[in-house]
Ligand binder design. Structure first.
Ligand code: SF4
Length: 613
């Protein structure tokens, strides 16, 4: 199997058994790698009865066929499990260097089963795999944990993916942190790791990824790197990070303000990437083999938000902890982001649940009697910092905030007011600004998510013509469902390779590198076919886990037009979009199930039999 190390490592924490199995070639040919392959494995392992925080919920780390090669911006890895936040398929990928190192150690993936009786971490050095006692690390922040394990493991080159106190304490949206602020943030996968008493996985390897046609691969990888190095998106991302587009996004009404209930916030310019570059920025950081280096290194030298040089916030975090809460102080937002990183918590769900609580307070739906005496208000960073600290410890009102937006709203009997889909808070791209994002959020297999498809970029002027994905009227719905589905299929393949969505390499280069790495015969349509199968396996798993068609919708607040700002009173026509989408996908409008013939056409006969008998 060229392009693959060919091995999966399985560790059962309950009895300490460590086994190595060959990668299932049939699964690989259909689901490629990353979240696609992980989902196919998980499909065999869990059911509606699986407790997300029970030992029976496997936690799967998976790389892809381009990870650890010279393919630029493909050094990521996925973590997946049944999500404790949504009860559905959970996935989250992260950059850094951990994914490539797992491949260098000789494995394409790692499956963690069971639960250790006391805290442990897993140390992998090629074939030497062992569990190490971790009592001394329990309670430490993510950064302290990483540094301690590197010291103990004797080398800077050791890559560490670890949890922080939030996961240990059972915050439902805790993540897994690796190098310089790179986090598998969404879906609560750190919480699953914490429930297993697994503090970290440290990995160091010495092998190389075998390629089918190394000469061709190297040539395409070099050409792609040169293309990306000169691309305007790269230059902007490098100079100003992902928040470099903040003013443009705000102008179009894409950036959420005051928990998605306000259309304008002129003060948001103070949070932009350009301002960061002129004030607290001290450097940049990058992931394995990426010429973009979008990561920010910052330092706040004085004042109450002072902190030594550390990783800076990206766009999603700046919005969730800033514009959503009407906070316009970049130093304060950076401090809040840092606290989330130390605790190992998803910044989107953290900011959004504070936003929801503040909105409910503002509307008189809850009062200080419900918050333990805390008076919630917009635009108060010190209050937000206090709430982040209380959430990390699940202390006082923080216990409710730690449950996430949907559960908080349900607790107060106002489920329809939580800006979430399937239990996961919305990402920072308002679907009233880009109709296609309504479809993306509603149909995303892991709950509201912008990484399954960043259609906002397409409709802001970045088409992918080679795949029949044009830029169209951002408010329109004509032809939008088919375009969005194709884009989801393309991104599903990208999340299997695993390729970062931020850079913008030519389609033929990505497909060319995959073909040269694996030896597969590929063209554009075959690539989309692979992606569509991955999209459908995630749906099949969610149907098995109890997902129902009624959940495929946007929350009420997003179906309420805003009077001002860049959305111009628009709300997406979700009924029409979903009708077209189901027709295009070959899914049953009533049940949400993929039709038998479509599954068979996708080479998923086994799934068709499971679903239809
Ligand atoms: S663009 Fe940024 S997040 Fe993506 S791989 Fe490069 S450095 Fe990492």
């Amino acid at each position: 199997m060229h392009g693959y190390m060919g091995k999966l490592l399985t560790v059962d924490l309950s009895d300490g058994a460590i086994t190595v199995q060959s990668l299932n070639e049939e699964y690989v040919r259909r689901y490629v790698g990353g979240s696609g392959l992980a989902c196919r494995y998980l499909y065999d392992m869990i059911s509606a009865e699986t407790d997300p925080l029970g030992p029976e919920n496997p936690l799967i780390f998976m790389a892809g066929p381009l990870v650890g090669t010279a393919a630029p911006s493909c050094g990521r890895f996925t973590v997946s499990a049944r999500s404790p936040l949504t009860g559905l398929w959970g996935e989250s990928n992260a950059g850094g260097f951990w994914g490539p190192e797992l491949r260098f150690a000789g494995y394409d993936g790692l499956i963690i089963r069971g639960k250790a009786s006391a805290p442990v971490y897993l140390r992998i050095v090629d074939d030497d795999v062992r569990l190490v006692e971790a009592d001394h690390l329990w309670g430490l922040s993510t950064y302290e944990t990483r540094d301690r394990i590197k010291e103990e493991s004797g080398g800077k080159r050791t890559r560490v993916a670890c949890i922080g106190p939030a996961a240990e304490n059972g915050v439902l949206y805790a993540g897994i942190m690796n190098a310089h602020g790179r986090m598998n943030g969404r879906s609560g996968l750190g919480t699953v790791m914490g429930s297993k008493n697994l503090k970290a996985v440290a990995v160091l390897g010495s092998q190389r990824v075998p390629l089918a046609d190394g000469v061709t691969f190297k040539a395409i990888a070099r050409e792609t790197r040169e293309f990306l190095s000169d691309d305007m998106s790269t230059l902007i991302l490098n100079a100003t990070g992902t928040s470099g587009n903040m003013d443009y996004f705000m102008l179009l009404g894409c950036t959420p303000v005051r928990y998605f209930t306000q259309g304008e916030f002129p003060e948001s310019s103070a949070l932009s990437g350009a301002v960061m570059a002129e004030t607290i920025l001290t450097g940049t950081s990058t992931c394995y083999g990426c010429p973009v280096a979008c990561g920010r290194t910052i330092e706040v030298t004085e004042g109450k938000y002072a902190m030594p040089e550390t990783d800076g916030p990206e766009y999603e975090s700046i919005c969730a902890l800033g514009t959503v809460l009407l906070i316009d102080n970049l130093e304060a937002v950076s401090h809040m982001d840092h606290l989330c990183d130390l605790a190992g918590m998803d910044t989107i769900d953290m900011g959004m649940v504070i936003g929801l609580a503040t909105y409910l307070y503002d509307q008189g739906i809850i009062s200080s009697r419900d918050t333990g005496g805390i008076e919630l208000r917009w635009g108060d960073p010190d209050l937000a910092i206090r709430l982040i600290e209380m959430t990390t410890k699940r202390e006082g009102f923080g216990e409710l905030l730690a449950q996430g937006s949907l559960r908080l709203a349900q607790h107060f009997g106002v489920e329809e007011l939580a800006v979430q889909v399937n239990g996961q808070a919305l990402a920072m791209h308002d679907p009233r600004s880009i109709s296609a994002m309504g479809l993306v959020y509603a149909t995303s297999p892991r709950g509201a998510c912008h990484n399954q498809s960043d259609m906002y970029w397409v409709d802001m002027g970045r088409p992918i013509e080679a795949l029949g994905i044009p830029t169209t009227d951002r408010f329109g719905i004509e032809g939008k469902s088919a375009i969005t589905a194709r884009h989801q299929d393309w991104r599903s393949l990208g999340n299997a390779l695993i390729q970062c969505t931020l850079p913008n390499p030519p389609v033929q280069n990505v497909i060319g590198m995959l073909a040269a790495a694996t030896g597969w015969d590929l063209d554009n349509e075959k690539a989309l076919w692979l992606g569509e199968g991955i999209w459908n396996i995630k749906r099949a798993l969610n149907l098995r886990l109890g997902w129902s068609r009624e959940r495929e919708k946007l929350p009420d607040l997003l179906m309420t037009p805003l009077a001002e700002g860049g959305t111009e009173g628009n709300v997406p026509d979700m009924e029409a979009l979903l009708r077209d989408y189901y027709h295009h996908r070959g899914w049953d409008m009533r049940t949400g199930k993929p039709e038998r013939q479509r599954l068979e056409a996708l080479g998923m006969e086994d799934i068709a039999v499971d679903m239809h008998g």
